[in-house]
Design a protein around this ligand. Sequence first.
Ligand code: 13P
Ligand code: SF4
Length: 372
Amino acid sequence: SPSLFNGIKYAIVLSMTAEATINRSYSLPKEQIPPTVVEEIGDEDRAELTQKIKSQLKQQNAVLVAHYYTEPDLQVLADETGGYVSDSLDMARFGYESDADTLVVCGVKFMGETAKILNPEKRILMPDLNANCSLDLGCPEDAFSRFCDDHPDHVVVVYANTSAAVKARADWMVTSGSAVDVIKHLVAEGKKIIWAPDKYLGDYVQKETGAEMLIWQGACIVHEEFKGKELEALREHHPDAKVLVHPESPGSVIAQADLVSSTTGIIQAVAEMDAKEFIVATDTGIFHKMREAAPDKILIEAPTAGKSATCISCAHCPWMAMNSLRKLSRVLDTGDNEIFVEADIAQRAKSSIQRLLDFTANKPAGKLAGDA
Ligand code: 13P
Ligand code: SF4
């Protein structure tokens, strides 16, 4: 929206290289970042609500599609009711293949929109429509479109964590689990690339592929807080621990990783890697599935604060935390919070999403090409 756009600081930096590189920086105003508040619930209420939601889902032929960062209560319920818990690419795939009439997406706004775009005939509900993402908020469609218009000879690749309108402006949508493979494919075709919105993932992909990329300067407020120096110190205390990092983290953290991967790849690694201890640089919501996959392994949170800093999200996404059992039951009662995407935008966004689904068909979810 115009007010959001005005609230974001943009700086344009022209480098002295032969081809001018435009870096777009923004800082999301603090007031746009809500505190992370996890709704408390007692055992009795939990049991009662869970029972109620189970029958609501059945009556409405509805399924839950939840992200790994949501509260364990929601993940357990999704698993117990024929729903699904996964990363953003796999959530989209599951919804697409499901024959439910209603998908209740427990995650953030872009995940709900992607579900609607792929399933226009299904009803898509979300527990809280305020559940957004700093990457989406930091890449307004109007500014991004102008950026693309300035570089008509570039292929436009956007991360899944963007609005439907930004996806509509793109040629390709990618996720963390598919970004390196897609960019390698485009490099082989001799393409120059516009990448948005995550600067850290963009830098990582650029290094892995050698692609010529113009990178939008957005960031995930959760992963951006992981600290390279403090991670070094923690590793000294745990010399045998393997370091698992989501590529939305800063380069100083990625540089210390034994594995850089999507959420699915990180969970698989804990189960499969021959190590007892793991330092994990991603949202702490992921620990629920990690403990399920490898109950006897020791999981350590990567540091988000140190002598010089205090954390804001402290490794748990404020928007993911907005999803709760109470809100879920309420939307199933009222039918509120249905997701709609304007037809013209949906049609254009679908082709960038479909490109990725076709490209990744038959490829396992999770690991990035170039993983250590
Ligand atoms: P994944 O696609 O790896 O699940 O990442 C989504 C996300 O929002 C990470 O912060
Ligand atoms: Fe967005 Fe970061 Fe939250 Fe993922 S963890 S939804 S990238 S703000």
